[in-house]
Design a protein around this ligand. Sequence first.
Ligand SMILES: [Zn+2]
Ligand SMILES: [Zn+2]
Ligand SMILES: [Zn+2]
Length: 66
Amino acid sequence: MRVCRNCGVAEDSHCLAVWLDVPDGCQCVASTWGDIIPPICDAHKGADAENCGTCEHDFDCHAKRP
Ligand SMILES: [Zn+2]
Ligand SMILES: [Zn+2]
Ligand SMILES: [Zn+2]
């Protein structure tokens, strides 16, 4: 059998890597997104604890933007 050089998991039980482009400053858990993460909008819309009404990113994603 073959094992992954990085994590030692056997080839047949190793997950296939799925790469996501994460926008700069995004603090979201990447696995909560689907295949595409939309860009972070300029201003968070809605309550701080809720995802943005415009771009669906967390409040923190907007706060950390330069
Ligand atoms: Zn691996
Ligand atoms: Zn985000
Ligand atoms: Zn937003």
